[in-house]
Design a protein. Structure first.
Length: 134
């Protein structure tokens, strides 16, 4: 299991892990493994991020849901659901992430294509992710 934890933490591995492989990893149920997937969900380029988020959102372990709630790249739809989580720490983490994103959006400007720009602060999401998750 330790080797699998290292694999999902590796950026190069994240680029080539398939949806089938990520689902097998999720089915193992290891908290540390799933927490890493939740923290890095946007980096699994060959996978359906929404499906991964849904599976982690429904997981019984609140630690995994909290890691997902802390991830600023998770769709607002999932963050809003997590903000109503039965576990207070999960809900608070999601609310904080949503608040941070809202604060950034209020200070940012959109160009004609809907991309966010702010010169003095880095956008927490790429422009493509921001458009998709709005």
């Amino acid at each position: 299991i330790e080797v699998l934890r290292e694999i999902v933490s590796n950026y190069h591995a994240q680029e080539i892990i398939t949806q089938e492989e990520i689902e097998r990893l999720i089915s193992i149920g290891d908290t540390a493994l799933l927490s890493t997937i939740a923290e890095k969900v946007e980096d699994f380029e060959l996978c359906d991020t929404g499906l991964i988020c849904l599976k982690l959102l429904l997981h019984s372990d609140p630690q995994i849901r909290e890691r997902l709630a802390e991830n600023q790249y998770v769709s607002k739809v999932f963050l809003e659901k997590l903000s109503n989580d039965e576990d207070a720490e999960v809900a608070e983490a999601a609310k904080q992430t949503l608040s941070d994103l809202k604060e950034w959006e209020e200070d940012a400007e959109k160009d004609d294509e809907g991309n966010y720009h702010k010169s003095d602060r880095e956008c927490p999401r790429t422009n493509a992710q921001r458009r998709y998750c709005q």
